[in-house]
Design a protein around this ligand. Structure first.
Ligand code: SF4
Length: 227
């Protein structure tokens, strides 16, 4: 009998992820076109929705989507014409123009961004342990891709100013979030946190120093619901 030809595990996993990527792309595309939007316009609405009422600058939108600023400018102008977004001067810094969702834009953004629900449903078929290890693996992969400059900065704990790794002895909750001032474990890691602040120093630098002043939050800690 012939031996079953081996295919490296990493290649099979990459194929699986590519298949998921294709399904997600086509779902996002379909939802955007149902709203008469291009995929980039749909992604901008989704990003603005997760950003909250403060909105985003054009540069932040372009960086978050991994597109060039002219592409983001064109998509934002089209959304403005459709009355889905408005541009306003930042009240704290008048040099900045922030793009915000209108009421109509927020409703469209909620419809367009509902596509991950089907994925969440598929993930719920995994047990708690499988979900936790998938989260750990995804966090590691996204961080690696970001470090290589292959995907834009995501609002993840591991790159957040408020994140202090291994701050506690409890193996279930070894890390600390200075924003909410609470201990948490790997299963609580967030991949798109609205309270994320880009870290000013690297994680390894923080590990070497126990000085909490290095991760002092810029605003008083307050509790927020975890995603
Ligand atoms: S603020 Fe959000 S991203 Fe930052 S450490 Fe806390 S939970 Fe993680």
């Amino acid at each position: 009998m012939k031996l079953f030809p081996p295919t490296p595990l990493n290649e099979r996993l990459a194929t699986g992820l590519a298949k998921l990527g294709l399904v997600m792309k086509s779902k996002a595309w379909r939802l955007a076109s149902a709203e008469k939007l291009t995929p980039t316009q749909g992604q901008i609405l989704t990003q603005l929705l997760s950003q909250g009422p403060g909105g985003s600058t054009l540069q932040e939108l372009a960086a978050g989507l991994g597109v060039r600023p002219p592409t983001a400018t064109e998509a934002v102008s089209a959304l403005e014409r459709k009355k889905l977004v408005v541009k306003r001067r930042d009240p704290q810094d008048h040099r900045l123009v922030r793009i915000r969702l209108t009421r109509k834009g927020a409703a469209a953004a909620r419809r367009v961004s509902s596509w991950p629900d089907f994925l969440a449903h598929a993930i719920s078929r995994l047990d708690q342990r499988e979900q936790a290890s998938l989260l750990g693996a995804l966090t590691k992969m996204i961080r690696h891709l970001q470090e290589r400059g292959e995907i834009p900065l995501a609002r993840m704990c591991v790159q957040c100013l408020y994140f202090q790794p291994n701050a506690h002895r409890d193996p279930r909750r070894p890390h600390h979030c200075h924003f909410v001032d609470a201990a948490f474990g790997e299963r609580d890691f967030r991949l798109d946190c609205p309270d994320f602040q880009p870290g000013l120093i690297t994680i390894s630098q923080r590990r070497q120093s126990k000085c909490p002043s290095q991760v002092t939050p810029t605003e008083p800690p307050r509790f927020h619901a975890r995603k």
